[in-house]
Design a binder for this molecule. Structure first.
Ligand SMILES: CC(C)(COP(=O)(O)OP(=O)(O)OC[C@H]1O[C@@H](n2cnc3c(N)ncnc32)[C@H](O)[C@@H]1OP(=O)(O)O)[C@@H](O)C(=O)NCCC(=O)NCCS
Length: 190
């Protein structure tokens, strides 16, 4: 008797770093995957802003058979000068996994790749915002060590609030820790 086909495990996916030569092949699929679950769709310029400058901080999970896009993470890394001393701040801008492939560790693998890439480039911390009602995302990030740093009231255009989450990669000194604790709700800066 033929055995039932094995369910696809995350390790069977192909994980690759984005590069500019892949734009024509993957940018439409990246936009489609991310905009599906977004409360506020981004224009193509937003994607290019991230991918032109930090394509090396974008990773994709691909179906090994037809190379279709299953998941993607888009990040950036910049010097953040408003704190003293200035910190290298990584930022997870976008993360999505196709609905059919969720719950198998794909996003966990992508976030770990993003964290590793930013840590290798000397990030002090990694931040992101997520809707307070997005339980799968909150669980995923908190499982990986992210902490809630502040609540951003009515952060999104749909009126939903967000949490800013932070992963500290280097132990802050006493002054930095004070800055962090006193950081005000800055949703108005957005
Ligand atoms: C949030 C989102 C990215 C999570 O993607 P995902 O691939 O399902 O996430 P993971 O599989 O890594 O983690 C989800 C669950 O699978 C479990 N899991 C199953 N197999 C796993 C494995 N091999 N390794 C790690 N986790 C595994 C995890 O434990 C986790 O369970 P829990 O958090 O309920 O305890 C996805 O739901 C999504 O695309 N949502 C829409 C877009 C979105 O909200 N993006 C985030 C914006 S900040």
């Amino acid at each position: 008797m033929e055995s039932a086909p094995e369910a696809k495990r995350p390790l069977e996916l192909k994980y690759i770093q984005y590069e500019h030569s892949l734009e024509t092949q993957y940018l439409p699929a990246i936009r489609a995957l991310i905009s599906k679950d977004l409360s506020e769709p981004y224009s193509i310029y937003v994607y290019r802003y991230f991918l032109y400058q930090w394509g090396h901080l974008c990773f994709m999970a691909l179906d090994p058979v037809d190379s279709s896009l299953i998941g993607v993470i888009i990040c950036k890394l910049e010097m953040h000068a408003s704190h003293s001393p200035a910190t290298m701040r990584g930022y997870i801008a976008m993360l999505a996994v196709s609905a059919a492939s969720r719950g198998h560790g794909v996003a966990t693998a992508l976030v770990k790749m993003g964290i590793d890439a930013m840590a290798q480039r000397n990030a002090d911390e990694i931040v992101l915002e997520t809707e307070e009602t997005n339980i799968p995302a909150m669980r995923l990030y908190e499982r990986l060590g992210f902490l809630r740093s502040k609540k951003l009231h009515r952060y999104y255009l749909n009126g939903n609030s967000a949490y800013r989450l932070v992963l500290l990669l280097k132990s802050p000194d006493v002054d930095d820790a004070t800055d962090f604790a006193l950081d005000e709700d800055d949703s108005a800066k957005r």
